[in-house]
Design a protein around this ligand. Sequence first.
Ligand SMILES: [Zn+2]
Ligand SMILES: [Zn+2]
Length: 150
Amino acid sequence: MLEVIAGGCRCGAVRYTVDRATLPAAYACHCTDCQTWSGSSFTTQFFMPADALHVTGAATDYAFVNPTGRVSTQRFCPTCHTRLYNSNAARPHLVNIRAGTLDDSARIRVPLHIWVRSKQPWVILPDDAELWQEAASVEALERLSGMDSV
Ligand SMILES: [Zn+2]
Ligand SMILES: [Zn+2]
């Protein structure tokens, strides 16, 4: 039997499931924008084919042009404002899901960290983690998408 990978916002108004047999590996972003978005020290997220994500409830969009000139569209719960996932015009076939919104987020494995140069100094990363001082290459992120979390 396939496991059901599901998640949602804090209040439960927006829920999602993902069509995949196993949970993919995630990456952490320590950039200052992610620190602002999350009100915390870093974000964790994983890529998924856009057609594998099924959302119930009406998410709100926030689109903006990022520094590379591409439109990034963020999806939030309109009630509790949890940021659930985003897409980017540079890779319209993928969505980037916030790993902390998974019902079972404890299973997420995070082997890759980006924007390490702006991480909080008290965040200690594992010795075997793949570190990028700024953005990771497309190849590194594609390799990550093919890996599974435990
Ligand atoms: Zn909500
Ligand atoms: Zn970031």
